[in-house]
Design a binder for this molecule. Structure first.
Ligand code: KG4
Ligand code: ZN
Length: 336
């Protein structure tokens, strides 16, 4: 079975062809540059850019996979959560395609797709725990079985990626060169800094839930207390110490969640899963407890359509699909 996946929930326009064993036949991602001057994603610009890019991206995904329409067995498109205008573009194209070709449609939960990003790369034993860390979400999800999820902890304010992006902005690293992913810029800067140079706060230490807004404010106050010369001299230390505070919280809360979840495997997913320090520290902590650890390849951490196609393949191979009435759902919650 071959599934065409479409992902347009935020500012990546993506299409992929995936089969029922989640092998990726193509995975095309077009990262929109339209938002660079604004230091954040502008929803109206995002939907317009999806309108321009999506059809060429789909054609490229089919061509790279070496398949024609007749070989595609179904279409899966992200239906939420995300930016409503962006979701509508992807879902509408998916509906048009399945209507024209008489194929089944699956409307995909974006966070379930991030959970599936690890299944694309490896055989993962179920049940497992996923730490999902992206620009919009920070959640610890117990996957009892595929299709059945329980959220054990979530952020009470900013998502981890959002904290990275906001701190990148206040350190003056954004906007620049069409990049909105502040996390990558902080991580690069942190390589030259001392993670113990500044003792930024760790919040809610005894709880599984996360909180990053106090940390962000603490960085802001610290930066404001410096002269311009001190600020330049300490920039790498600030980035490294901030990153360490985020990673400490993510690792500590994953270990707390493991006390409540009877699992032998931990997966890391979402855009912040591209962070090298987090990957290393979480792997060491998890493997130290004798558990298996998985994190996806870098191009499967940030938003992509291969993970959406994988969810589509999972449901379609079980005979589950959606009607053409399936709606874009910007605040879609978990089906549990
Ligand atoms: O999953 P994603 O592509 O989009 C959402 O669904 O939100 O995640 C994007 C987030 C951004 O906040 C970005 O700053 C962060 O992932 N990110 C990183 C790194 N690369 C991307 N954060 C920390 N370290 C990185 N290397
Ligand atoms: Zn995402």
């Amino acid at each position: 079975m071959l599934v065409l996946g479409l992902e347009t929930s935020c500012d990546e326009t993506a299409a992929a062809v995936v089969d029922e064993s989640y092998a990726v036949h193509s995975n095309i991602i077009f990262s929109q540059q339209d938002h660079a001057p604004y230091g954040g994603v502008v929803p109206e610009l995002a939907s317009r850019a999806h309108m321009r890019a999506l059809v060429p991206v789909v054609r490229q995904a089919l061509a790279t996979a070496g398949v024609g329409w007749e070989e595609v067995d179904g279409v899966a498109a992200t239906r939420g959560p995300g930016l409503v205008g962006s979701l509508i573009v992807g879902l509408s194209l998916a509906k048009g395609l399945v209507l024209a070709r008489n194929k089944p449609l699956v409307g995909v939960h974006h966070l379930e797709a991030h959970v599936f990003s690890n299944l694309v790369a490896a055989q993962v034993e179920v049940p497992f725990l996923t730490l999902l860390v992206s620009g919009g979400h920070t959640e610890l999800i117990l996957v009892r079985e595929l299709g059945s999820y329980e959220v054990l902890g979530r952020t009470r304010d900013d998502a981890a990626g959002e904290a990275f992006d906001k701190v990148a902005k206040l350190l003056g690293l954004l906007p620049g060169e069409g990049v909105v992913a502040g996390g990558r810029l902080i991580a690069e800067l942190a390589e030259d800094g001392d993670p113990e140079a500044i003792d930024f706060p760790r919040a809610l230490v005894d709880e599984i839930d996360f909180s990053f807004s106090g940390l962000k404010t603490s960085v802001l106050h610290y930066v404001r207390s410096l002269t311009p010369q001190e600020r330049t001299a300490q920039l790498a230390h600030i980035a490294a110490s901030f990153q360490e505070a985020v990673v400490d919280a993510l690792v500590a809360k994953t270990l707390l969640a493991l006390e409540r979840a009877d699992v032998a495997t931990v997966c890391l997913a979402g855009g912040v899963a591209a962070n090298q320090r987090l990957r290393q520290r979480l792997r060491v902590a998890v493997e130290h407890r004798g558990l298996a650890f998985h994190c996806p390849a870098y191009d499967l951490c940030t938003d992509n359509a291969a993970m959406v196609g994988a969810v589509g393949a999972f449901y379609l191979s079980r005979g589950v699909c959606d009607s053409l009435n399936v709606d874009a759902a910007p605040r879609l919650g978990w089906r549990v």
